[in-house]
Structure formats: structure tokens, C-alpha cells
Design a protein around this ligand. Structure first.
Ligand code: NAI
Length: 325
């Protein structure tokens, strides 16, 4: 039997946390032969509710669940953790400006970055889901100077999966036969869902759909999908977000399929003119537990303009929290 991997989930009693914890515990993220210890973090007022989640997790009797730690102390939750899923974040309250939300979350993620730096496994893989995800990931990374900066990532996989879903619906071809979609940039409405390199059943996606549909329907629908779900469900995406988090970490650890890539928010190495350090959605392939940004893709003016717009928004977000990074 392999030794257990420690997986921390913050905001574990929240909507996404509730969907995520069970999937991690049941082996869907790291495999059916990999035991996990779940380290669940919540704020103090939510500890009662978290206890209910722990009871239910135990009642599932998952073969892969070794042990659960439930706490309101980040240093306990992150102790020796190998994977940290940072989901818990401050939601926008009444009358709260975007700037206030950014700052409230910046404080959470700077404290969590420091706690990770102090106690996590030195090779911890960090996925930030809590919004604004890219900037929160940057803040956590900058507050954890002793950890591997490459291992701080942000989730754009939900957007990537949404792009596959929209293209599948339009072409009538199952997602399994769609490859190489890209989400560039920020996990926000400025993200750029790019189909210039995508294939459907091996054919270029943009040869199967018209440019007007791509520019005027596909892109805004993917960008605004979160809002459409809130409108329909009366609550924000939760199960699909948890599923995307599972996909992100599973592919990072176990590798991407041959002939395909996935989108991850990762620190730029200067690729595609995005300055080094910016945590930006890129196409990546994963192998041996590491990721590489896909190189050498052509970028036309249509794409360049949109890649710059989402980069500009990330710079503005970074300026809003500059005292914490
Ligand atoms: P939620 O409000 O249901 O749950 C958040 C949980 O985090 C709450 O239980 C809260 O008590 C906890 N929390 C707050 N501050 C915390 C802290 N400092 N430490 C530990 N726990 C803390 O929210 P939900 O729906 O689960 O969403 C979580 C975050 O994920 C939100 O920021 C949301 O905007 C974001 N999100 C990101 C997506 C992405 O694709 N990157 C997709 C969907 C949501």
C-alpha cells in the first residue's frame, strides 16, 4: 500500500468544498490506489458545519480515505500537505466594491501563503480556486518565498471544460473527440477562449463553425457561463468547479493525454509575450508530475488583442494589492 498523500482543502464546508472533498476522498483525483489524508480548513463560525461534512465523509467508508483533520488553523491544515486546494474565499457582500473584495481576499491569501511557507511539504502543489483566482494565487506565491514558485497555479480548467462543452453542443461531436482548446489569461469575463488550434474529430474547429458564431456567441457564452449558471440555479457553479479542480490536479500529477493539452493558470516564463511571473491561463502539457507551457503556437491579431486585454486586467488586479506582494 502506498503511503497517504496529504490534501488540504480550504473552505471545505462551502459549496465547492462540499462537492470536492468527497471526490478527493474517493480517489478520483489521485487514483484508486492512492490513500489520502484530508486536511479541511474553515473559518471558526463554520466549524460546526464542517463537522457535519466530516461525519458524512466517514459514513462513505471510502477505501482511499485514511484520515481527516478538520481545523480553523491554517498551520494545522497545511502541515506537510502535498496538495493544497485553496477554495475558501470571501464572497462579495452588499455594497462591496470590486477593490474591497480584492483586498479582503488578498489578506486571506497572504496569510495562507505564509502558513504554507512555514509548514507545507517543500514540493506542495497549490491550486487556487477562490476568486479572483489568478491574483490570489500570485499573492499566496509571493508570501511563500521558500516554496517552488512554479507550483502556485490558478484554476481556468472550468472555463476550458466549458469551451469543450459549447463546441461539442455546436458540432454534435462528443467532448472526447475535441482537443486543444485554450483559455488564455484571467479566470474572469476577460478570459480569452481560443479555438484557433482546436480540433474536432481531427479537423480544425474553426473550419466547422463560422467566424461570427465563434466571435459573437462562443466567446461571450464561455466568458459569461458563470453568470448564466447563477441565473439558472440561483447559486454559483459548484459541482462543475469541483470537477474542474479534480481535473486540474489529476492531470498535473498523472499527466495529460498524448496529442492534447489542458489550460492552467501558471506563472508565465515570458511565453507569448506575457511577462515572467504573471499567473496567466496557458495551454500546458503535463508529464512526470510537472507542467510545460506549450510553445510555438501562432497568434493572430484577433487573438493577440484579446490576450492583451486579459493581461491588462491582471496587471490592474496586481496594482490593487501591491502592498501584499
Ligand atoms: P461558498 O461561500 O459556498 O464557500 C466558501 C467557504 O470558504 C465558506 O464555507 C467559508 O466559510 C470559507 N472561507 C472563507 N474564508 C475562509 C478562510 N480564510 N479560510 C478557510 N475557509 C474560508 O463559496 P463557493 O461557491 O464554494 O466558492 C468558493 C470560491 O470559489 C469563491 O471565491 C468563488 O468565486 C470561487 N469560484 C471559482 C471558480 C473558478 O473557476 N476558479 C469557479 C466557481 C467558483
Amino acid at each position: 500500500m502506498k503511503s497517504p498523500v496529504n490534501v488540504a482543502i480550504t473552505g471545505a464546508a462551502g459549496q465547492i468544498g462540499y462537492a470536492l472533498a468527497f471526490r478527493v476522498a474517493s480517489g478520483q483525483m489521485l487514483g484508486p490506489d492512492q490513500p489520502v489524508n484530508l486536511h479541511l480548513l474553515e473559518i471558526t463560525p463554520a466549524l460546526g458545519s464542517l463537522q457535519g461534512v466530516v461525519m458524512e465523509l466517514n459514513d462513505c467508508a471510502f477505501p482511499t480515505l485514511n484520515k481527516i483533520v478538520a481545523t480553523d488553523d491554517a498551520k494545522v491544515a497545511f502541515k506537510d500537505c502535498n496538495v493544497a486546494l485553496l477554495v475558501g474565499a470571501r464572497p462579495r457582500g452588499p455594497g462591496m466594491e470590486r477593490k474591497d473584495l480584492l483586498l479582503a481576499n488578498a489578506q486571506i491569501f497572504s496569510a495562507q501563503g505564509k502558513a504554507l511557507d512555514a509548514v507545507a511539504d517543500r514540493n506542495v502543489r497549490v491550486l487556487v480556486v477562490g476568486n479572483p483566482a489568478n491574483t490570489n494565487s500570485l499573492i499566496a506565491q509571493r508570501n511563500a518565498p521558500n516554496l517552488n514558485a512554479r507550483n502556485f497555479t490558478a484554476m481556468v480548467r472550468l472555463d476550458h471544460n466549458r469551451a469543450l462543452s459549447q463546441l461539442s453542443e455546436k458540432t454534435g461531436v462528443h467532448f472526447n473527440n475535441i482537443r486543444k482548446a485554450i483559455i488564455w489569461g484571467n479566470h474572469s469575463a476577460t478570459q480569452y477562449p481560443d479555438l484557433h488550434h482546436a480540433t474536432v474529430d481531427g479537423k480544425p474547429a474553426l473550419s466547422l463553425v463560422d467566424q461570427k458564431w465563434y466571435a459573437e456567441t462562443f466567446i461571450p457564452v464561455v466568458q459569461q457561463r458563470g453568470a448564466a449558471i447563477i441565473k439558472a440555479r440561483g447559486a454559483s457553479s459548484a459541482a462543475s468547479a469541483a470537477s474542474a479542480a479534480i481535473d486540474h490536479v489529476r492531470d498535473w500529477v498523472k499527466g495529460t493525454a498524448d496529442g492534447d493539452w489542458v489550460s492552467m493558470g501558471v506563472p508565465s516564463d515570458g511565453s507569448y509575450g506575457i511577462p515572467a511571473g504573471v499567473i496567466y491561463g496557458f495551454p500546458v502539457t503535463c508529464k512526470n508530475g510537472d507542467y510545460q507551457i506549450v510553445q510555438g503556437l501562432s497568434v493572430n491579431d484577433f487573438s493577440r488583442q484579446r490576450m492583451e486585454a486579459t493581461h491588462k486586467e491582471l496587471l490592474e488586479e496586481r496594482d490593487g494589492v501591491k502592498e501584499l506582494i
